[in-house]
Design a protein around this ligand. Structure first.
Ligand code: PEP
Ligand code: MG
Length: 544
């Protein structure tokens, strides 16, 4: 048996086989082919397979999402048969004697660029499709298909690191748990794992490729992974795994009950989500609403900038499915660890302190307006809150609200229906706490992002694993800032929630309730455990 330790991000047990996850290769270098004829054969095989794949995807999409959504795969299959593209690729292999990968990448990029420069909007849009089909052939040539990355059996993934865009693309039904050599417990990948209730370890320095295919158990309580566990240990942890399942079953009895303390104070318990795929989790865990929809995951999930229609569909789906519950959508919080290639953002020295979130949105007004129009259109289908991230000044909040209003007027002029919505501000910088009285005048609610608030208050990079010994998640300064925010909000009739990870920390629930917090928004799996704690709390007794 091998035992390795790491930092746990969820108290849970995962039992299964290990699958070594190697991220897809994206950097294609100009390499001369040793055997051009063999490269040509490789390309032809990949080409044929890519066409087959498009038709499989077409059938799947047709069955699951209808003709309109399936059509794109039909277009892809047709584009793959395009003579110019095929000849372009073959020329590079035959005449320039380059590898199949280089030929596919170069010819498809060239063709996509020609489309991108066309006047006609329809033709322009096809550029994205050309990139897509080029990538589909590359994925086959490089062995990047999901099956080879993740396997076909449920497994525990081990990887050097996982970035949020990879984590969102993983097939969750096959993901029992994961262990990475890098990563921090407060990264977005960790947050995603927690929200999916997936036991995971980060900073497991002893990861070894030789574990691939072996039996393993993650003990999230102890922060350990065991490879080829001894029979006694296997028995003990299987028992714990079953006990966890039973404890969850007992929590089921709390469904439909209030989040009310023994002395009668009621607080809202909402869920944090990343997209329509989480609707079920909100419903199954009986959350009172959504306190944070991280809309940037809609962008991260997409290969290209999602247009207004695609965003509208995603937001509408969530708002409509959960109506009349309140769903708070946070506008795109891209930047720092959540990077997206197609946004072409510059590399920065200090990305967490850099061009991100509202700063990008206020600078790229058209980009922002696309999202705001989609949100406003979706507001007609339920009960919506719109909130802005990383605010540090009243001027920023007012500017964001002005653009929202501009979009609203445009849509009304177009005859589009818009529903009621609340406006909120994320409080996740010390600056926003200090001016909270002024910000409160400008919005209906605050949502405290304790992850960034802690990072910026303590000057501790939430991504840097080395700093964890210096970090105190219950730092008195952060707790004081939370209290100040709640008091400032209430002075102006602005309700205050917490949507950072601290909101789910059971050791702080009573304290937050005593501070007067109105709402706690947590990963869906924490809703019922939190309800249990709230119902067992008695605020009439002196605080311990
Ligand atoms: C936070 O900063 O606490 C927060 C909720 O936002 P995110 O974790 O997405 O930065
Ligand atoms: Mg944040």
């Amino acid at each position: 048996m091998i035992e390795a330790t790491g930092k746990s991000i969820l108290n849970g047990i995962a039992i299964g086989k290990v699958k070594l996850y190697k991220p897809p290769v994206v950097d294609i270098q100009p390499v001369k082919a040793d055997d051009p004829a063999a490269e040509l054969a490789r390309y032809e095989e990949a080409h044929e397979k890519a066409i087959e794949q498009q038709w499989v995807l077409y059938d799947k999409a047709l069955a699951e999402a209808g003709e309109e959504n399936a059509a794109v795969f039909e277009i892809h299959a047709m584009l793959l048969e395009d003579d110019d593209l095929i000849n372009g690729i073959k020329d590079i292999i035959n005449n320039e004697q380059m590898t199949a990968e280089y030929a596919v990448k170069t010819a498809s990029d060239n063709m996509a660029q020609i489309f991108a420069q066309m006047e006609d909007a329809y033709m322009k849009e096809r550029a994205a499709d050309i990139y897509d089909i080029g990538q589909s052939m590359l994925d086959i040539l490089l062995g990047n298909d999901v099956e080879s990355l993740q396997g076909t059996e449920p497994s525990i993934l081990i990887a050097e690191d996982l970035v949020p865009s990879e984590t969102v693309r993983l097939d969750k039904s096959l993901l029992l748990g994961f262990v990475t050599r890098e990563g921090s417990t407060n990264s977005h990948t960790a947050i995603l794992a927690r929200s999916m209730n997936i036991p995971a370890l980060v900073q497991c320095k002893d990861i070894d490729d030789s574990w691939d295919g072996k039996d393993a158990i993650i003990d999230g309580y102890k922060g350990c992974i065991y490879i080829d566990p001894d029979p006694e240990l296997r028995e003990e942890l299987t028992k714990k795994y079953n006990e966890d399942k039973e404890a969850r079953a007992m929590l089921e009895e709390l469904k439909g009950k209030d989040n009310t303390t023994l002395d009668g104070k009621t607080v809202k318990v909402y869920a944090n989500i990343g997209g329509p795929q989480d609707i079920k989790a909100v419903q199954e865990n009986d959350a009172g609403g959504v306190g944070l929809f991280r809309t940037e995951f809609v962008y991260l999930n997409s290969k290209d900038n999602p247009d207004e229609e695609a965003q509208f569909k995603a937001y509408k789906e969530v708002v409509e499915a959960l109506a009349p519950k309140l769903v708070i959508l946070r506008t795109c919080d891209i930047g720092a660890d959540k990077t997206i290639d197609y946004m072409n953002l510059d590399k920065e020295e200090n990305p967490a302190l850099g061009f991100r979130a509202i700063r990008i949105c206020l600078t790229r007004k058209d980009f922002f307006k696309t999202q705001l129009r989609a949100l406003l259109r979706a507001s007609a289908f339920g009960n919506m809150g719109i909130m802005f991230p990383m605010i540090i000044s009243v001027a920023e909040l007012k500017a964001a609200k002005e653009i929202l209003e501009e979009c609203k007027q445009e849509l009304l002029a177009e005859g589009v229906a818009i529903g009621e919505y609340q406006i909120g501000t994320m409080i996740e910088t010390p600056a926003s706490v200090i001016i909270a009285d002024d910000l409160a005048e400008e919005c209906d609610f605050f949502s405290i992002g304790t992850n960034d608030l802690t990072q910026y208050t303590c000057a501790i990079d939430r991504q840097n694993a080395k700093l964890e010994p210096f970090s105190d998640t219950h730092h008195p300064a952060v707790l004081k800032l939370i209290q100040m925010t709640i008091e400032a909000g209430h002075r102006h009739g602005t309700w205050v929630g917490i949507c950072g990870e601290l909101g789910a920390d059971p050791t702080l629930t009573e304290r937050f309730l005593r501070m007067g917090v109105d709402e706690l928004s947590v990963n869906p799996k924490s809703v019922l455990p939190l309800r249990k704690i709230i119902r067992e709390t008695d605020l009439s007794k002196a605080a311990e």
